[in-house]
Write a protein that binds this ligand. Structure first.
Ligand code: S3P
Length: 431
């Protein structure tokens, strides 16, 4: 399905409660396999990636009852995981495949993990390598990519300094370490999202966090949890972007997860002059409401240290930087090459369609911003959900409009993305 979106005639107004957090929903489902207590998760995300996670967990023995968006689970517990007689398909989700590698490597079962075309091209060796150092038996294609087979075995703890700032890598090692012999120490040079640590600790896992170090003690039993999942900041980000680009706009985004390891974009946008008010509450995860008003942005420089806290928001940030005054530099962006598509290439193509110059030099992205409207045309986001949503937001500053190819791929993370945009006043047509 191709969609056509253009600059709206009137300012955007209204209230939005974004789709619930994908990263947290996926973790809750997977971690509930590790306990035989009942868990209750309210307001889970029903996007495609979390649904693939639910299907995978069911194959491994998770009993589930889904009542609207409340999920009640009864897990087998780690030592009673069920061996599936079919491969587990991880769909488009890197989080699902990488977490399963860590969770299943120390188990007693044999599993095969596969994914869609995009996931089968993404690097998995970065996870397999430290797991093999712990004693894991993981067999991949010669290029180190999926599909892969895991023959569960007894693992030993590890001391490991993460060579890449990746929450998926960190989480896979934590999951393996929980069921290995001896203590593990995982060190992050740059902090990445910490949902895994927060949720596992709330389930009783013995994780000791000390600056950049996470000490993991092996654990026989975890206990159940009741959690209400907040709105996904990565989903909220696109609506913040929409408001900033359309003059006179003002919206409230309700009940958003505001975990500081995820909200780097807020800090960068504030630096660029954005008008944002935040009302925050605390829980296992912090959440709150965001009041956003349209505003012209200034240039900025984003450092490599900030990248993990806004990794999924870079396509959107690039669009906002393209509409701001003069050059913005986003440093240390090479991980974008191995996301659901080569997002660096996708960003540069999108900005060129908008009439703005951008280029990479080493690991850094340079964007020549310019105030005023964008050009339009046809954009192919290569079925990458975040590039698709970034293009939809860019279209709000393009009087000629943009036709976005295969626009339905947003369902991977935000099935209601277009209807929420319509709710605040954006006109969307099939093309
Ligand atoms: C995720 C971590 C990030 C992010 C992805 C979800 C997670 O990946 O890009 O969308 O749920 O832990 P990396 O950890 O590989 O950077």
């Amino acid at each position: 399905m191709n969609l056509f979106i253009k600059k709206p005639k009137k300012p955007l107004k209204g209230r939005i409660r974004p789709v619930s957090d994908k990263s947290i929903t996926q973790r809750l489902i997977l971690f509930s396999l590790l306990t035989d207590d009942e868990c209750i998760f309210e307001k889970i995300s029903l996007a495609t990636d979390p649904l693939s996670t639910l299907e995978a967990a069911k194959k491994l023995g998770l009993n589930v009852r889904l009542e609207a968006d409340t999920l009640i689970t009864k897990g087998p517990g780690f030592y009673n995981l069920q061996e599936p007689n079919q491969p587990i398909c991880c769909g488009n989700s890197g989080t699902l495949m990488r977490f399963l590698m860590g969770l299943l490597a120390p188990s007693e079962i044999f599993t095969v993990l596969s994914g869609d075309d995009s996931l089968s091209e993404r690097p998995m060796e970065r996870i397999a390598k430290p797991l093999r150092m712990m004693g894991a038996n993981i067999y991949q294609r010669v290029n180190g990519k999926a599909p892969m087979a895991i023959v569960g075995s007894q693992l030993k703890g590890i001391d490991y300094v993460l060579p890449i700032a990746s929450a998926q890598l960190k989480s896979a090692i934590i999951l393996a370490a929980l069921h290995s012999e001896g203590v593990s120490n995982i060190t992050e040079k740059i902090p990445s999202r910490d949902h895994t640590e927060r949720i596992l600790k709330a389930m009783g896992a013995k994780l000791t966090l000390n600056d950049a170090n996470i000490e993991v003690q092996p654990q026989e039993k975890l206990h159940g949890l009741q959690v209400r999942v907040g709105g996904d900041f990565s989903a909220a980000a696109f609506f913040i972007g929409a408001v900033l680009l359309v003059e006179g706009s003002e919206i409230i985004i309700e009940e958003v997860n505001l975990n500081p390891t995820r909200t780097g974009l807020l800090r960068v946008l504030k630096r660029m002059g954005a008008k944002l008010e935040i009302e925050e509450n605390a829980s296992v995860e912090p959440f709150g409401d965001l009041m956003v008003k349209s505003q012209e942005l200034e240039k900025t420089e984003v450092s490599p240290l900030e990248i993990p806290s806004l990794i999924d928001e870079i396509p959107l940030l690039a669009v906002l930087a393209a509409a701001s005054k003069s050059e913005t530099i986003i440093k240390g962006v090479k991980e974008l090459k191995v996301k659901e598509s080569d997002r660096l290439e996708g960003i540069i193509k999108l900005l060129s369609l908008l009439g703005r110059h951008s280029f990479t030099d080493g690991d850094d992205l340079y964007i020549s911003g310019q105030e005023g409207v964008f050009n339009g045309g046809i954009y192919d986001p290569q079925k990458d959900h975040r590039l698709t949503m970034a293009a939809a937001i860019a279209a709000l500053n393009a009087p000629q409009g943009i036709i976005i190819k295969d626009a339905e791929c947003v369902k991977v993370s935000q099935p209601n993305f277009y209807s929420e945009l319509e709710k605040i006043g954006v006109l969307i047509e099939e093309a």
